[in-house]
Design a binder for this molecule. Structure first.
Ligand SMILES: [Zn+2]
Length: 350
């Protein structure tokens, strides 16, 4: 079995090398179509990995063994298609709003987005929209938002509150698992521009918020941050810049938190959007009416010819270890306390 799998991984590596050489020697093709460019990049990355580890180790073979038999069989008969075996979830809705464009953000220096406060980076073209959701994760309301987005096969950016992430980590995991971008929105939703907030407190709110999101997700969040109440404190902004964290205001506030019902949210957003023509929309997955409004809002966006742009970070945030550790201590997470005793202690001989 191991020999067979070793052969299989060797043939995959060989195919990758052939594919990469082919792309490099026919450079005009590589620059022609987007799919070709993506394949070339994948090949390059895989090749880099392959050359770093020229001989597949036993551990590699063991990992390969985890590939489902069907996929492994396909890979052995024709190694090239295996390169395209990306986990692409098919969209069940043929008329879905979808995602028209994915942009990757280099967060070096802490760029700002959202024309309400940051005017430098005007990257959206006419009819392009970015959906953003704050203050989650929260039971019922966040899952309602996730379902509406999934039904339209579209993606958004979420700015969870650190405390909420520690209350409902499983819901935040669902957000990330659905392929949405996850940043942070402080630890406790404190107004960082309040006269009472010191620079140290602002730093703590930022860092603890990101560490809490990381703890909930089990993976580092994107270095995307939104100030509570859009209260931009200059010192805190400088700090975020030094941490290479992008700041998000918005182009268009839905005011969903004070809407009396779902219809009002739809009307507010569509009226502003039709006037402005594009923009980053601020909403709250924490709010009940937002989840209720979303199916209608998304179909109105589609009908109005709007297109969804997803913003992703070029690299995840490196959280600060002291905040990660302090958070775990704060939460007094007893190791393994939630495991049933039978999973911890087993009689193996008597
Ligand atoms: Zn908020």
């Amino acid at each position: 079995m191991r020999n067979a799998l070793g052969l299989l991984s060797a043939s995959v590596v060989a195919a990758v090398v052939i594919a990469a050489v082919w792309f490099w020697t026919s450079s005009p093709r590589a620059s022609l179509a987007a799919p070709a460019t993506i394949s070339a990049r994948q090949a390059e990355r895989l090749l880099a990995t392959a050359s770093a580890k020229p001989i597949p180790t036993r551990a590699d073979v063991e990992i390969t063994a985890a590939i489902p038999a069907k996929l492994a069989a396909a890979a052995s008969s024709a190694a090239l298609p295996a390169l395209q075996a990306q986990p692409k979830t098919a969209c069940a809705n043929p008329d879905a709003l979808g995602v028209s464009r994915v942009v990757e953000i280099d967060t070096s220096g802490g760029p700002g987005f959202g024309f309400e406060h940051f005017k430098q980076l005007d990257f959206l073209t006419d009819k392009e929209v970015v959906l953003t959701f704050d203050d989650g994760p929260w039971p019922v309301n966040t899952p309602a938002v996730l379902k509406a987005l999934a039904d339209e096969c579209t993606k958004a950016v979420f700015f969870p509150i650190g405390k909420h992430a520690t209350y409902h980590p499983a819901i935040l995991k669902q957000v990330a698992a659905a392929g949405h971008t996850v940043g942070a929105h402080t630890w406790s939703h404190a107004n960082l521009n309040s006269k009472k907030a010191s620079e140290q407190q602002a730093k703590d709110e930022v860092e603890k918020g990101f560490s809490a999101v990381k703890l909930a997700l089990g993976a580092a969040p994107s270095p995307f941050f939104r100030f509570p109440q859009l209260q931009h404190n200059p010192a805190a902004m400088a700090y975020l810049g030094s941490r290479n964290i992008a700041m998000f205001s918005c182009d268009l506030d839905s005011f969903d938190f004070r809407a009396k019902d779902a219809a009002q949210i739809v009307n507010t957003v569509m009226t502003k959007l039709d006037k402005q023509g594009k923009g980053i929309i601020l909403m709250h997955d924490f709010q009940k009416h937002t989840g209720e409004a979303l199916p209608t809002l998304l179909s109105r966006l589609k009908a109005g010819g709007y297109k969804i742009v997803q913003m992703k970070a070029k690299a995840p945030l490196q959280t600060l270890p002291e905040y990660d550790e302090a958070l775990v201590k704060d939460m007094k997470l007893p190791a393994g306390s939630s495991r049933p005793i039978g999973n911890v202690v087993q009689t193996v001989s008597q």
